[in-house]
Design a protein around this ligand. Structure first.
Ligand SMILES: C[S@@+](CC[C@H](N)C(=O)[O-])C[C@H]1O[C@@H](n2cnc3c(N)ncnc32)[C@H](O)[C@@H]1O
Length: 329
């Protein structure tokens, strides 16, 4: 990637951009955003324009990094850029290419895991074609897939996901890693959205995820008999579980109290070398444009409270995808 002679433009000003540049610092000339509420403001002292700003640019003048967390939105932005005669790879890329570099380096350095670039492309394609959203993002699912592979190879015990929504992350990992279907895989969710929003969570997000359809989600996993559904709020479904050991647990439930419930329940059940991956842990400490989406800041509080008085977990943070990984010693 050589964009030395071009103006560097960030397409997107949300947490995906901020997390990516936390790990891979870049100095942008300006930003584009399709959210009209933030256009006309600044972020990190750089102006935010609508995409029509690109019509003013001469050929070969810009290099654009697209920061959409949702890969279907990324593909729509790509179409728009191609209509402006911009070329993929030469004039624009998606942020997952940058996230790959920093996450691959961290996986190798901290966990001796060799990363698989081909798998990122498989996951991107699966995300683009999936009948449901994957809110974990392609790189998040790719990171999770490396942990899954390691867990399946080295650790006994089940896999669990807490916070499934339409099952995007679970479905794509089952489609991309055939070996996953050989392990019991639990999916925990109300499949009706949140129970309560506490004072530690953003009130504006209280109605999220109520548009679920449990029968449809179940139908997506018909060909994976290893998948076991646990419908209900965590405080009910965990009580009904038989004691089991776990190799890997993924927590993506957005809220403070449910995250504490998951950590309290699974923390003791994860085997040594086993892992707990938690989404939405990282968030930026900068002033953001008015009209930006609120972050789920309760997750970091929950994880810090859970880990501060114990020393049986190593912690790794991946700002690129906002994940935090707890590795049982
Ligand atoms: C961000 S979505 C999960 C997205 C999913 N991991 C993916 O990759 O697309 C969060 C989910 O957590 C669930 N959730 C939050 N709190 C819960 C609780 N206390 N009990 C059960 N489910 C809960 C919501 O119903 C919602 O479906």
């Amino acid at each position: 990637m050589n964009f030395d002679s071009k103006k560097l433009v960030g397409y997107g000003t949300g947490i995906t951009m901020l997390g990516t540049i936390e790990a891979f610092p870049l100095d942008f000339n300006y930003f584009i955003d399709d959210n009209e509420g933030v256009v006309g403001q600044q972020i990190m002292e750089r102006p935010i324009y609508p995409s029509s700003k690109l019509l003013e640019e001469k050929p070969n003048a810009v290099f654009i990094v697209v920061f959409a967390s949702n890969y279907k939105s990324t593909l729509k932005i790509f179409e728009k850029l191609i209509q402006l005669d911009l070329r993929k790879g030469e004039d624009f890329i998606d942020c997952f290419e940058l996230q790959y570099l920093t996450i691959a380096e961290k996986l190798e350095r901290e966990m001796s895991i060799s990363s698989d670039y081909k798998l990122l492309n498989t996951i991107k394609t699966a995300t683009g074609n999936a009948p449901v959203p994957n809110l974990s993002t392609p790189t998040g699912t790719w990171l999770y897939s490396h942990l899954l592979r390691q867990a399946l190879r080295e650790i006994d015990g089940d896999i669990a996901e807490c916070g499934v929504y339409f099952g995007g992350n679970a479905l794509i990992t089952h489609q991309s890693l055939p070996e996953v279907s050989e392990r019991r895989y639990h999916l925990f969710d109300s499949f009706e959205g949140f129970e309560n929003i506490s004072a530690n969570d953003p009130k504006s997000r209280g109605g999220d995820f109520q548009d679920n359809d449990f029968e449809f989600v179940k139908s997506l996993f018909k060909s994976f008999p290893n998948v076991v559904f646990h419908k209900g709020y965590f405080n009910e479904t965990f009580e009904e579980m038989q004691p089991r050991d776990y190799a890997l647990v993924y927590i993506d439930c957005d809220l403070y109290e449910p995250t504490i419930e998951c950590l309290d329940y699974f923390g003791e059940k994860v085997l040594p070398g086993g892992m707990i991956l938690i989404h939405d842990y990282w968030f930026p400490n900068i002033e953001r444009p008015k009209g930006s989406k609120s972050h789920f800041e309760g997750i970091q509080k929950a994880v810090k409270e859970y880990t501060e008085h114990r020393n049986d977990f190593d912690i790794l943070v991946f700002p690129e995808t906002t994940h935090c990984l707890l590795i049982k010693k």
